[in-house]
Design a protein around this ligand. Structure first.
Ligand code: FES
Length: 87
């Protein structure tokens, strides 16, 4: 499974296969502003410091996806075992 590393606190947050990154962050007490929660609005955009994002939003361009420095945590996941987020 995926583990999130929160760079500012050093906290490690596991993401169960049936939970979103957003849900895992909230379970861990991290507040993330959201609106659509469907990968459309961009409100939950979060900076990614390490790890490879599996982008599942409908917002980022191919070039932005390739840059791999932000993700929509409401829908996107990871291709790597860990993702380090600027949280
Ligand atoms: Fe709208 Fe994530 S809350 S893209």
């Amino acid at each position: 499974g995926l583990t999130l590393i929160l760079a500012r606190s050093g906290m490690e947050v596991p993401v169960a296969d049936d939970r979103s990154v957003l849900q895992a962050l909230r379970d861990a007490g991290c507040s993330v502003s959201t609106s659509c929660e469907q990968g459309v609005c961009g409100m939950c955009e979060t900076r990614v410091l390490a790890g490879e994002v599996d982008h599942r939003d409908m917002l980022l361009t191919d070039a932005e996806r390739a840059r791999n420095n932000v993700m929509m945590v409401c829908v996107s996941r990871a291709r790597t075992a860990t993702l380090t987020l600027d949280l």
